[in-house]
Each structure stands twice: as C-alpha cells, then as structure tokens.
Design a protein around this ligand. Structure first.
Ligand code: 5GP
Length: 176
C-alpha cells in the first residue's frame, strides 16, 4: 500500500501487465496503420507516459504531437469550450489517433472531438489506457483500449492525485 497526500492506494495493474498490453495494442495499431503515416495526438498531462511507451512500440512510420486542453467560458449551450494548446501539426487530411490516459465520464472528449473533426482529418480514432464504463455520461467510441476498470480513482503511470503519483510504474487504486 502507498499513501499520497491524505489517501491510501493499493496496487491494481502491475508494470508487467501494462507493458504486455501496451505492446499488444501497439502491434494492432501498427497493423492497421501501416503505410498511412498516422499522426498521434497525445493529451497532456496524464497520457505522457502511456504515449511514450506506446509510440516506442510502433513499428511503422508515424508522427506524434502533444497537446494540452484548456477550458474557457464560451458562448455554447454548455458554457464551456475546450481548445487545444500546442497543436501545430495540420491534421487536415491526416489519419489522426488521439492518445488519452482515461475515459471517465467522456465529457472531455465529447467536448473536444468536434473541434478536431472540424479540421477534417482523413480519419479520427482514439486509443486510451483506461476506461471506466460505469462512469459514462457521454458515450465515446473507443477504438483501442488497454484496460476496463471499475469506477474507482486510480493513480500512477502518468496519472496523478493532486499533482503526485505520476512517476509510479504501476497503476494503483484508491483503497476501500
Ligand atoms: P472525463 O472527461 O472522461 O470525465 O475525464 C477525463 C479526465 O479526467 C482524464 O483525462 C483524467 O485526467 C481525469 N480522470 C478521470 N478519472 C481519473 C482517475 O481515476 N484518476 C486520475 N488520476 N485522473 C482521472
């Protein structure tokens, strides 16, 4: 067990399990995108470690860009708009694969995907390390998924609890 800030976490997905699954997903993606020179778009901060390990395992020609999502009050019905900071690459007519750490309620991608679709990529797919189906508010089509997990808070392998825990090699789950 480990303690981060005021909370206890127990080991949940081991480093070995993560490595094996990342390799398997990378093989699938490589097979699906061979010859297409896809552009991977990793969403910071949480996906940095997954993106790096996944990208290393690809054996095809591919590019990667890293973006941060910032929300600001807009004039849409939801009152919020998500913009991508740092997306220099032109995604028009490209095969784009979003790399996420976790799809929880689906709100982030539900808000952000239309922005990317607006730039008319040739195709747009999503790979995520984790998914909590029980937490779904906005259903999101996930094309490549490493692990389905219950609706419990997790840290490690890039994911944080209030800034800490990102450097853990395994994924830990909130105790209890
Ligand atoms: P969504 O918009 O799908 O509800 O949430 C997506 C974001 O919430 C993720 O990219 C992640 O940053 C954060 N998040 C959701 N669940 C967890 C969790 O269990 N642990 C951590 N560390 N972050 C989470």
């Amino acid at each position: 067990m480990i303690t981060i800030h005021d909370k206890n976490f127990v080991p949940y997905i081991s480093e070995t399990e993560i490595k094996e699954k990342v390799k398997k997903i990378a093989r699938q993606i490589s097979d699906d995108y061979r010859g297409l020179k896809p552009l991977f778009v990793a969403i910071l901060n949480g996906a940095f470690m997954f993106a790096s390990d996944l990208f290393k395992e690809l054996d095809i020609e591919a590019e990667i860009a890293f973006i941060k999502l910032a929300s600001y009050k807009g004039t849409t019905s939801t009152g919020k708009v998500l913009t991508a900071i740092g997306l220099d690459a032109d995604i028009h007519n490209r095969h784009v694969v979003i790399i996420e750490d976790i799809v929880d309620t689906g709100k982030t991608l539900h808000t952000f995907l239309p922005t990317l679709e607006h730039s008319q990529p040739k195709s747009l797919k999503l790979v995520t390390l984790l998914h909590k189906p029980e937490a779904t508010v906005h259903p999101i089509a996930i094309d490549y998924l490493c692990f389905i997990i219950p609706n419990k808070f997790v840290v490690g392998y890039g994911l944080d609890y209030d800034g800490l825990g990102r450097n853990l090699k395994e994924i830990y789950q909130l105790e209890g």
